[in-house]
Design a protein around this ligand. Structure first.
Ligand code: FE2
Ligand code: FE2
Length: 245
């Protein structure tokens, strides 16, 4: 299938429409766009509420290249259904089956790679030991976070959805939601440190294979974590809070 040419007159309207959309809407409508925003340096977690035009300015992204990539997505098919349209029980299952499984699969590998790097290069390269420390801190924060969501918050949300009276120790659902929002911020702040230490996941020219795999895995992990957090902060939690309104 031929790619749309955004400079053709018939595509100008689509281009303007895209620029006027909020970044968060674009991500919720098609999660493949989340990877594109990450690649183009646009933070769709914190910048989700602004229009694409403003986000391009704020994050100094290449408008032409980003619009071409976004419009090419439309022509590729296999679009994920809008996750904001999923019924709550399906959304909870989706988050656990995709993002929680991803964290549990990949986090131990990040620790393993970084420890290997400490042993091989930690003495000569000052950034490696703190990097391994931040990766360990991230994993130690995320594992109990997943447990709290799966064992406390998600069952409580499901109970609200099913209108079942549940005994809980946390009072209003807004309390555990606020706790999870803080933990999401903490995880994103750790990734800021990791980005600084890894030069935005760019390995140096002399890096060995483990080093390269570690940085590529970190980039992949960050992209998935941002989708995961976006989905919880902007779709799941507001839906849960609306049930108590
Ligand atoms: Fe989660
Ligand atoms: Fe979470």
């Amino acid at each position: 299938m031929s790619q749309p040419n955004i400079f053709q007159p018939e595509s100008l309207h689509a281009k303007e429409q895209l620029l006027a959309c909020r970044v968060g809407e674009l991500v919720a409508n098609d999660f493949r766009s989340a990877h594109l925003f990450s690649q183009h340096g646009i933070d769709f977690c914190c910048g989700g509420g602004i229009s694409l035009a403003r986000a391009i300015q704020r994050f100094d992204a290449d408008e032409t290249a980003l619009l071409e990539d976004l419009m090419a997505l439309d022509s590729q098919g296999d679009k994920q259904p809008g996750l904001d349209q999923l019924p709550l029980p399906d959304l909870l299952n989706y988050i656990e089956a995709t993002h929680h499984t991803f964290v549990r699969d990949k986090a131990p590998l990040l620790v393993e790679y970084s420890q290997k790097m400490v042993r091989a290069h930690g003495e000569k390269h000052a950034e490696i030991k703190p990097l391994a420390g931040w990766i360990r801190a991230l994993v130690e924060d995320l594992m109990p976070h997943l447990m709290k969501e799966e064992q406390i918050l998600f069952p409580a949300i499901l109970g609200l959805h099913n209108q079942v009276e549940m005994q809980n120790c946390f009072g209003h659902i807004g309390n555990p939601i606020n706790a999870m929002l803080h933990e999401h911020d903490d995880a994103l702040q750790i990734f800021e440190k990791i980005r600084e230490l890894t030069n935005d996941f760019q390995p140096p020219a002399h890096a060995c294979t483990t080093w390269r795999v570690c940085y590529a895995s970190l980039a992949e992990f960050e992209a998935d974590l941002k989708q995961h957090i976006y989905l919880e902060n902007n779709i799941l939690f507001p839906k849960a809070l609306a049930l108590t309104a």
